[in-house]
Design a protein around this ligand. Structure first.
Ligand SMILES: [Zn+2]
Length: 295
């Protein structure tokens, strides 16, 4: 297995963290309501560059024994457009679309995946749905997305609440799924052992996932929070949250649960790869404790 895939178990379920790459963000897009000097200070304290934030794109594969499940399809060729989307920062490490090859590196053929769960329809989560020929990459899968998410991106409201490129990418990638799609709600069982947790706000129908086998549980928090610094400064919000207040309530719901249960957490954009760890409560907010995966 290469550096872009990491195998682990949740009870009887075989799981793989598979990297789709990473994209560099201007700090002010991730921490929009904060004076730049405070953001700079927070980044410097963590020995991170202060001019851009490298944000991993990590997808999750789960083999339940009965189903082969992929959560989100990656960003596709979004990385190739990074300089247009976020001009003026270093994009030498903005590379996306690695998911299919990193799945294959773990012995998983995209055509063998029977279930794809879409946590929300932002470009970095649905951009890998179609290949360059416009065909489905996960060609034999049935798809699941929340009813609220489906309705939002197909509504007029999306065009006023989200950037045109986001609306266009969502619609292009969602439309071909409509004949192989189930709309779900809060607590819906998607396949045995995997349930949706409504965590609306980042997008109007954003979901997290509970993935449970035996006594073990993995919480997939997707984009309930975009970067670990958002846990320590819960009031710092990204420009990408469609409904920031609702997102804030959802964040509390899912991270309080993670801390209380001491559950293993998978967070789509959290460094370091494989984006796995635990959540600890702090006086203010929470703290990300990455899983130690190397000796
Ligand atoms: Zn995302």
């Amino acid at each position: 297995m290469g550096a872009g895939s990491f195998r682990f178990e949740v009870g009887e379920f075989g799981c793989v963290s598979a990297s789709d790459g990473a994209l560099n963000y201007p700090p002010e897009s991730l921490f929009a309501n904060v004076p730049p000097e405070r953001v700079e200070e927070a980044l410097r304290q963590r020995n991170l560059p202060t001019t851009q934030v490298t944000t991993p794109y990590t997808c999750l594969f789960v083999d339940t024994g009965e189903h082969r499940v992929l959560v989100d399809t990656g960003a596709g060729n979004l990385g190739a457009h990074a300089a247009r989307i976020f001009p003026g920062i270093d994009h030498s490490t903005s590379v996306t679309g690695l998911l299919p090859e990193n799945l294959r590196a773990s012995g998983i053929e995209p055509s063998e995946i029977d279930t794809v769960i879409i946590t929300h329809a932002h470009p970095d989560h649905v951009g890998g749905t179609l290949n360059e020929a416009g065909e489905l990459v996960f060609s034999n899968a049935h798809y699941f997305i929340s009813e609220e998410e489906w309705e939002f991106w197909n509504s007029e409201a999306a065009t006023t609440k989200a950037q045109a490129i986001m609306v266009e990418t969502a619609r292009t990638n969602l439309e071909p799924l409509k004949d192989r799609l189930t709309l779900i709600g809060d607590s819906s069982e998607i396949v045995p052992g995997i349930h949706a947790i409504a965590t609306f706000g980042h997008t109007p129908g954003h979901i997290a996932l509970s993935i449970a086998s035996g006594a073990d549980r993995l919480l997939h928090v997707s984009d309930a929070v975009l970067y670990p610094i958002h846990l320590e400064h819960p009031e710092w919000t990204p420009v990408f949250d469609v409904f920031p207040q609702q997102a804030s309530a959802s964040k509390s719901r899912i991270f309080d649960l993670a801390a209380e249960e001491d559950a293993l957490v998978f967070a789509h954009h959290f460094p370091p790869f494989p984006s796995l760890g635990h959540i600890r409560r702090r006086e203010q907010g929470w703290r990300w404790l990455p899983l130690e995966t190397q000796g």
